[in-house]
Write a protein that binds this ligand. Structure first.
Ligand code: 13P
Length: 387
């Protein structure tokens, strides 16, 4: 039987929990603006813009220059490494402006998906080497939370047991490193006597891990199959979290909603999606987890908002805050409005604000819109989407 090392003090736990709570406080969710350089290439290509550092900065500036209206809708923004060190045209660092708005800064810390040998096209995510040092630096540079994305696929045989176990484990290792890190100090007297045994201390990064085991919507599977796989994946994730002594109150989960595969011929109502999603979460996610912030996974902007709204109105007990951590479903209209033209920047920012406001209502179950669901699906959806 494993014994619990007293890793975090009560004060450290409180700090992690409070940070997690601030990100998902009522009416707030997360803007995922952490697309890697490669993912930005695909986004910008859709609107005929070249993928240069300057254009990526210009585009992020459109999102980040949204006025105070977003302060009540967005609790945290996830940055990509490059963006964390970029500035507005007037020289103000992005991070400073976001923090001045009371929005928490997060950063994507995985280094992308890599093939998992011995599987049929499955993957794990890399980036554990040096993660502790990167967390320390990001903390100094203003980040209070992090994101790590793993990807699982549904087919007749996938996800395999190996992919489920490996991805759960890497998410747990990442989470424990974010929350705390063991540092080895060599005692000088022991060193001088020729004894190299070390003394370990725990230093706290105090970074809230956002845990993202994304199950892709690729395939023709139905809602039931997605629910079954989601339950298996989340159960493995929380077993690994327990094994790695992760402090759940200081974490956020970023799962897929339970939806049918994009090629599934059966259509399901938002209420059916909500029931399947909440059933899967209730069977596997401990109530100690502070919040669940869904990814949009290639749904249209409206579809994602309508589903989030239905999830919050589902007549099942919900022990967690249920909100959004959308990338594409917060940005698609803004990107389309911009198309790389200076004169469109204001209109693009307004589009982003509109989506932030809609999702702020949806995460409280108060959104009453929802026409034109699915219209922009083709533009947003990309198969085997890599962030
Ligand atoms: P989407 O909302 O576009 O799925 O992206 C969220 C995200 O952060 C994926 O890692």
């Amino acid at each position: 039987m494993t014994h619990q090392f007293p890793a975090l003090s009560e004060a450290q736990k409180r700090e992690l929990h409070e940070t997690a709570l601030r990100i998902v406080s009522p009416g707030k969710g997360i803007l995922a603006a952490d697309e890697s350089v490669g993912s930005m290439a695909k986004r910008l290509a859709q609107v005929g813009v070249e993928n240069t550092e300057q254009n990526r900065r210009q585009y992020r500036q459109i999102l980040f220059s949204a006025d105070d209206r977003i302060s009540s809708c967005i609790g945290g923004i996830i940055f990509f490494h490059e963006t964390l060190y970029q500035h507005f045209d007037n020289g103000v660092p992005f991070v400073k402006m976001i923090r001045d708005r009371g929005i928490l800064v997060g950063v994507k810390v995985d280094k992308g998906v890599v093939p998992l040998a011995g599987t049929f096209g499955e993957s794990t995510a890399q980036g554990l080497d040096g993660l502790s040092e990167r967390c320390a630096q990001y903390k100094k540079d203003g980040a209070l939370f992090a994101k790590w994305r793993c990807v699982l696929k549904i087919s007749d045989t996938n996800p395999s047991k190996l992919a489920i176990t490996e991805n759960a484990n890497v998410l747990a290792r990442y989470s424990s490193i974010c929350q705390q890190v063991r540092i080895h100090y060599y005692s000088l007297s022991m060193y001088l006597c020729g004894h190299y045994s070390d003394i370990s201390f725990l230093r706290q990064h105090g970074i809230v891990p956002v845990i993202e085991p994304e199950i892709l919507p690729d395939g023709d599977h139905d809602l039931k199959r997605c629910q079954y796989v989601t339950e298996k994946v989340l159960a493995a994730v929380y077993k690994a979290m327990s094994d790695h002594h992760v402090y759940l109150e200081g974490t956020l989960l970023k799962p897929n909603m339970v939806t049918p595969g994009h090629s599934c011929s059966t259509k399901y109502s938002p209420e059916e999606v909500a029931m399947a999603t909440l059933t899967a979460l209730r069977r596997t996610v401990p109530p100690a987890v502070t919040g669940v912030a869904f990814l949009s996974g290639g749904q249209s902007e409206e579809e994602a908002s309508v589903h989030l709204n239905a999830i919050n109105n589902c007549p099942l007990a919900k022990p967690w805050i249920l909100t959004f951590s959308f990338g594409r479903a917060l940005q698609a209209s803004a990107l389309r409005a911009w198309r790389g033209h200076k004169e469109n920047e204001k209109a693009a920012t307004e589009q982003f604000i509109k989506r932030a406001e809609v999702n702020s209502l949806a995460c409280q179950g108060k959104y009453t819109g929802g026409e034109n669901c699915g219209e922009d699906y083709q533009l947003i959806y990309g198969s085997c989407y890599a962030y």
